[in-house]
Write a protein that binds this ligand. Structure first.
Ligand SMILES: *[C@@H]1O[C@H](CO)[C@@H](O)[C@H](O)[C@H]1NC(C)=O
Length: 133
């Protein structure tokens, strides 16, 4: 009977939605520095410590393009603020960076001595959100 088949399909669709909803629900947009954005005189180490970054989340860097940019490098280059030739450089003023895999990522501002002055962010992206305590 057609209506029975439709019911089965509807139940299957509902089950799929329920199965994927938790994954969608945990994806978070993290505005780096919150209200302060990507700027001088913000402690990004302290900021990152208050967050959990999970695969599928997004970082949003908000800044004035005349003063800042976002350079992504490796860990060793991050430590010494070295903008390598193959670094990913973002300059839109509202850069959205998808955290597409687990592991560490390193960002700094490549303008003037901003990196040396603390405009730098190191994060660890988790595969899945840890269970709530
Ligand atoms: C900075 O990066 C460049 C590659 O672009 C590399 O050749 C150089 O050795 C690095 N500098 C330091 C001090 O590691």
């Amino acid at each position: 009977m057609a209506s029975k088949q439709m019911l089965v399909v509807a139940i299957a669709v509902a089950a799929l939605i329920v199965a994927f909803l938790p994954g969608l629900a945990v994806a978070t947009e993290h505005v780096v520095g919150d209200d302060k954005g990507w700027a001088l005189y913000v402690d990004y180490t302290a900021w990152a410590e208050t967050k959990q970054f999970v695969v599928g989340d997004m970082l949003v860097f908000e800044y004035g393009i005349s003063s800042h940019n976002v350079v992504e490098v490796s860990g060793p280059d991050f430590l010494i603020c070295n903008q390598t030739d193959n670094a990913v450089v973002r300059t839109s003023g509202e850069d959205r960076v998808v955290l597409d895999k687990a592991g560490r990522r390193w960002f700094f501002c490549g303008i003037d001595n901003n990196c040396e002055n603390g405009v730098k962010l190191k994060i660890t992206v988790l595969e899945t959100a840890p269970p709530a305590p």
